[in-house]
Design a protein around this ligand. Structure first.
Ligand code: FE
Length: 197
């Protein structure tokens, strides 16, 4: 079955809030975000651009998709999407790792707050429950990622938020790396599909 990117996006965002709330519970137990099946690459097969790692990466992040552990400052954000190859085939068992600042723009460089990784499911899906990162000096709002298929090259990149005043002034900003952001009550939802070699 062929599914267009538009169908994909509307499929996720059309979910009623109650489904998201129950989905959050499932997510905490490692279940994937309820995304539709494999996306099509109707907007092209370009690889997701890579981007500098920056100074705050730490190896050995925990395996988890819910990053809200203890007290974490920031507005609720739920993000997810697929990892696919250039032919739009889902990449199962790829590692998707995230690290980000909290709502105050601060990274945890001692522990692993707002750091984690997971593996995509058989449909290439990934998702995290987290918070909207705050800005910090010199940068627009962003979240860092590393994505890697088993035995493959690591894609290191950053994803951005649409409509941010600082995007235009950020030297690293790339419009190909924008989340598709929607709101569901007090929670924001972000979609992005990584395309890797
Ligand atoms: Fe950063």
């Amino acid at each position: 079955m062929s599914v267009t990117r538009r169908d994909l996006v509307s499929g996720l965002f059309a979910m009623p809030v109650i489904a998201f709330l129950s989905g959050r519970h499932a997510l905490a137990q490692g279940a994937p975000l309820p995304l539709p099946l494999t996306p099509s690459c109707d907007s092209g097969h370009a690889l997701t651009p890579s981007m500098t790692e920056g100074p705050f990466y730490k190896p050995a992040s925990p395996l988890r998709s819910n990053l809200i552990v203890g007290e974490v400052r920031g507005a609720p954000l739920r993000i997810g999407g697929h990892v696919v190859d250039r032919a739009c085939r889902p990449v199962a068992n790829a590692v998707v790792e995230l690290w980000q600042a909290d709502g105050n723009g601060e990274y945890d460089n001692v522990g692993h707050r707002l750091r984690g990784h997971q593996r995509t499911d058989e449909q290439g899906r990934w998702s995290f429950v987290t918070v909207v990162p705050g800005e910090y000096p010199g940068r627009t709002r962003h979240i860092h990622f590393k994505v890697q298929r088993a035995g493959g090259r690591i894609l290191t990149t950053q994803l951005y938020f649409p409509g941010e005043p600082r995007n235009a002034r950020d030297r690293l900003f790339d419009s190909r790396l924008l989340f598709d952001i929607r709101s569901a009550g007090s929670e924001r939802l972000g979609r992005y599909d990584f395309v890797i070699a």
